[in-house]
Design a binder for this molecule. Structure first.
Ligand code: ADP
Ligand code: MG
Length: 405
């Protein structure tokens, strides 16, 4: 997590400061370095803690706050100032900008605006340092027919990525009627996608994480609704917002799509960094791959994100050869997952992911390698090198304590 922004807050009002804190504490992109209730003491706090961002709430005493900002500009010029206020007075905004504010946000704070401001500040900082900005890798997994192994891949890829301590990974089960990601993880969730989607405007990052079920592998699960009738309660717009919030909170987001290719599935496919289209080597599956690829052509920038994953290679049973399959679909086959009936039945029936039940199995290794191929193994070792061990432990400790249920 070398791109986490370290932040210090000053706000003499306890209630608004606590509100801000609870929003910020749940965000993976932010580390709350210090908080302060007096404008007079804040430049010392900044001087001692060297945060990337000083968040100043003007409302208690705008004059004092503006003086403080002037001070910060000369004593800690590297620290970006983010102003929060319930006022929309143009004069005040202008004065704040002149005093050195990089961003001005109005209360009540919308999480999307906050994330936008933090990302702008973050990217300015990393550009200065010649680094890269932190962004979420979202991987949608869809299938060419029922039973091809979409959920098996989604769950096990999610757990494989979550085993790396620098990653924070969430899995959303978008098969709203018959999804079974919770069964694969032997999880009994308290909340579902419907609860999160319906409360999206009221959720902050901490509450969001509490609404997900954390598996022992580290993977967070957002399952499908319990009642069939509830599936209609999730709109494409809600889902877009849920993804926005999850993307800001997690380093990796895995979506187990339904086979309906409905409006919600399309939101997932369009929002994703990668789309894995799982197929097997039989004619009905391959024919659907061709049809799906043709339909994806109608969507902006979708087809180039799609990677074909052939599952159950080596099954026999008159499977079509890989060469013939490649010719039929007319696109490159990105990955091959071996057939392993015994291990796959075992993990499904026990509700234990491959990385825990059969870490050395070929299918497990292939899924781990797929994760590395999609998300870059170099990135992992680089951030591990960059981050001192003590800071890493603190960061994980923080996550653990915030998310325990
Ligand atoms: N590589 C594999 N080898 C053997 N069996 C597999 C493999 N991948 C998936 N399966 C089995 O296929 C069945 C369907 O998989 P599932 O992931 O539920 O498919 P989908 O989500 O596409 O409907 C499950 O019983 C699973 O154990
Ligand atoms: Mg499934």
């Amino acid at each position: 997590m070398s791109h986490v922004l370290r932040l210090a807050i000053v706000d003499p009002n306890d209630a608004t400061r606590d509100n801000l804190k609870s929003t910020l504490l749940g965000m993976d992109m932010v580390w709350l370095e210090a908080e302060c209730s007096r404008y007079e003491f804040f430049s010392d706090v900044v001087d001692q803690t060297h945060p990337d961002i000083a968040l100043v709430n003007l409302d208690s005493d705008p004059k004092k706050a503006l003086t403080l900002m002037g001070e910060l500009r000369s004593t800690s010029p590297e620290c970006a100032i983010l102003v929060v206020s319930s006022s929309t007075d143009g004069q005040l905004i202008l004065q704040s900008m002149r005093a050195g504010a990089k961003e001005f946000l109005t209360q009540p704070l919308g999480v999307e605006e906050l994330v936008g401001a933090l990302e702008r500040i973050g990217s300015q900082r990393t550009n200065k340092k010649g680094g890269k900005t932190r962004s979420c890798k979202m991987i949608a997994i869809c299938g060419s027919t029922g039973g091809v192994g979409t959920t098996s891949l989604a769950v096990n890829l999610g757990c494989a990525l979550a085993m790396n301590p620098v990653n924070t990974v969430a899995l959303v089960d978008l098969d709203l009627s018959l999804g079974d990601a919770d069964v694969f993880l032997d999880a009994i969730p308290d909340y579902t996608l419907v609860d999160v989607a319906q409360n999206i405007t009221r959720l902050d990052f901490t509450l969001l994480k509490r609404s997900l079920t954390k598996h022992s592998s580290g993977l967070y699960l957002l399952p499908r609704p319990v009642q069939l009738q509830d599936t209609a309660l999730v709109t494409a717009e809600d889902l877009q917002r849920v993804f926005g919030l999850l993307k800001a909170t997690f380093s990796h987001l895995i979506i187990d799509c339904s086979k309906g290719y409905n409006a919600l599935d399309m939101v997932a496919l369009e929002s994703s960094t990668h789309v894995l289209l799982v197929t097997q080597l039989d004619l009905p599956c391959l024919r659907n791959v061709v049809r799906l690829m043709m339909s994806f052509d109608e969507y902006d920038k979708l087809k180039e994100k799609v990677k074909i994953v052939v599952n159950r290679v080596g099954l026999g049973n008159g499977q079509i050869s890989l060469k013939k399959a490649q010719e039929t679909v007319g696109s490159e086959i990105y990955w091959q997952l071996p057939n392993d009936y015994r291990v796959m039945v075992e993990v499904r029936n026990n509700g234990v992911p491959l990385v825990e039940q059969a870490p050395r199995a070929g299918i497990t290794q292939s899924i781990i390698a797929l994760g590395d191929s999609l998300c870059g193994v170099e990135e992992r070792s680089k951030s591990e090198e960059e981050e001192p061990a003590s800071k890493k432990a603190g960061w994980l400790g923080f996550l653990g304590s915030k998310t325990k249920k």
